[in-house]
Ligand binder design. Structure first.
Ligand code: BES
Ligand code: MN
Ligand code: ZN
Length: 513
């Protein structure tokens, strides 16, 4: 879908010709759901018959009689659930986002090419959703994210009869047009950014290498005015980035460190984002079992998230500076590959014993963190990575694991994540975990044994961030197979992209130190 095909209007909804006209009905305990007067007769009847009470995803689909004063081919009344009750803003927003996702699903089932959506008035919603731009934004995000599909390599679905998703979305409101328009614009920025992150992730290992990260970033920079830079293998050798180079040794595709910079002159603070861009993780010599290995094409989801967050940053031009670094390589087992037991030297001089070549994410992040902090002197640094299978054991597919050395930054990330429908859960980090990665022959080793694998991976990263406020998001459980929601497809979720965008949007100078 093209961005400028998503529009907002105050035109009377009945007069707009469309494949599907959507109204929402907000569930109210034991009462008739709150809905637009235009569909009240239908909702009343359905409610009396006990067919419909406005529960999330409940639907009434009907067809206006011919002739009538309604121009739409179909009318949908969609239940949102009790959005009037939710006090938690994050939960309330997510119900609307899910409702948006449901709209996209109905569009797909009736093969609607365009949709007109009547926004629920704030009086139908909870005080947490009183701002019309915020509720419109959540709905819009839901529709865009829910309409996502990746069929680039499916020749058979390119046939004319098949459904290729929405061409246009129109939001109808009765007032607050300017504010709602702004809310929808922001939703477009964040939702399209997350969809782009999904696109990158869906590209398999043979179509998305370190060179593709670099090419994408270079093009984005050319289009938007962001600063672009790429450290090639030669430069990384000269700079002593022994971690990313070690991981890259078994591969024929040279590693790259890809950097996007948004550094406005008036900035007083800078946020550094680092994302694991492991374009395929075979495990290296410590090779992974073949079952499920194909999913390791998604091991670059952290890199995709930080790079795509920059897409929104470039459009929204916040006061705060933002830099994204993606250390990018695959992890292969060619004849030059690192061996278990090898000792490497990171950019900051820390030496590491590589016990397991499959614990490679921390090796590439370590150099990126140490160099990025030295070079950009950020106020804080956040990294995100599909780093450990252990986080799935601990939190399942419902929370991103969070490890940090700074409570204020944790608060900011928790808030940003909740508002995005991407919750995070903090795990502890202290000297006991740090002890688990002590090595007999080097400064540290790259695994800490079975217990607390997510935390010991973070303990490794801690050696490279020093005192800089830092938050680490382990998205191994959420980058794909994320909690089932109407706006999250099977496959990659684009998680962390919108969390980072929210973090930047809500950034308060001096809050994190
Ligand atoms: N990319 C994997 C982590 C992963 C596993 C993500 C499963 C999503 C699903 C990472 O590089 C890895 O292999 N980690 C190892 C670390 C271990 C060897 C200490 C793991 O989690 O098994
Ligand atoms: Mn691995
Ligand atoms: Zn990996």
């Amino acid at each position: 879908m093209k961005k400028d095909h998503i529009t907002t209007t105050t035109k009377a909804a009945e007069t707009i010709k469309t494949d599907l006209l959507v109204y929402f009905a907000v569930e109210k305990k034991d009462k008739m759901p709150a809905c637009d007067a235009a569909v009240k007769p239908q909702v009343e009847k359905a409610f009396e018959l006990n067919d419909f009470s406005g529960k999330a995803a409940e639907q009434i689909l009907f067809y206006p009689p011919d002739p009538s004063n309604i121009s739409a081919a179909r009318i949908l009344v969609l239940g949102t659930g009790p959005v009037n009750k939710e006090k938690d803003k994050g939960a309330a927003l997510d119900m609307l986002r899910e409702a948006g996702g449901q709209v996209a699903k109905v569009c797909a089932s009736v093969k609607a090419k365009d949709v007109v959506i009547c926004l629920p008035p704030p009086k139908h919603l909870s005080p947490a959703l009183a701002d019309p731009d915020v509720s419109a934004g959540a709905l819009a995000e839901g529709v865009i994210l829910g309409d996502y599909r990746f069929e680039k390599y499916k020749e058979s679905t390119k046939k004319k009869t098949d459904y290729l998703g929405l061409d246009a979305i129109k939001f109808v409101c009765s007032d607050n047009l300017e504010s709602i328009r702004q809310g929808v614009e922001k939703a477009k920025n964040s939702a399209f950014a997350a969809c782009t992150a999904r696109d990158m992730a869906n590209e398999p290992g043979n179509h998305w290498t370190s060179a593709d990260f670099a090419a994408y970033a270079e093009q984005l920079a050319a289009d938007t005015g962001l600063g672009y830079r790429c450290l090639e293998k030669k430069e990384m050798e000269q700079m002593g980035m022994g971690g990313i180079l070690a991981v890259n040794q078994g591969s024929d595709v040279p590693a790259r460190m890809v950097i996007l910079e948004y550094l406005p002159e008036e900035r007083s603070e800078t946020i550094l984002l680092v994302g694991k861009g492991l374009t395929f993780d075979s495990g290296g010599i410590s090779i992974k079992p073949s079952a499920g290995m194909a999913d390791m094409k998604y091991d670059m989801c952290g890199g995709a998230a930080v790079m795509c967050a920059m897409q929104a940053v470039a459009l929204e031009k916040p006061d705060v500076g933002v830099v994204a670094i993606v250390p990018a390589t695959d992890n292969m087992s060619g004849s030059k590959a690192i061996h278990p037991g090898d000792i490497i030297r990171h950019y900051n001089g820390v030496t590491s014993e590589v016990i397991n070549t499959d614990a490679e994410g921390r090796l590439i992040l370590a150099d990126a963190l140490a160099w990025g902090i030295e070079y950009f002197k950020p106020t804080c640094v956040l990294d995100t990575a599909t780093l450990t299978g252990a986080v799935i054991m601990g939190l399942g597919h419902h929370y991103t694991g969070l490890v940090s050395n700074n409570d204020a930054l944790v608060k900011a990330v928790e808030t940003a994540g909740n508002l995005a429908g991407e919750p995070v859960w903090r795990l502890p980090l202290n000297k006991h975990y740090e002890k688990q990665i002590e090595s007999k022959v080097a400064d540290i080793k790259n695994t800490g044994g079975k217990p607390a694998g997510t935390i010991t991976a973070a303990a490794y990263l801690l050696k490279f961030v020093g005192k800089t406020p830092w938050a680490h998001l382990d998205i191994a459980g959420t980058a794909w197979d994320f909690t089932e929601k109407a706006y999250i497809p099977k496959g990659p979720s684009g998680t962390a992209t919108r969390t980072f965008i929210n973090l930047v949007r809500n950034w308060k100078k001096g809050n994190v130190k």
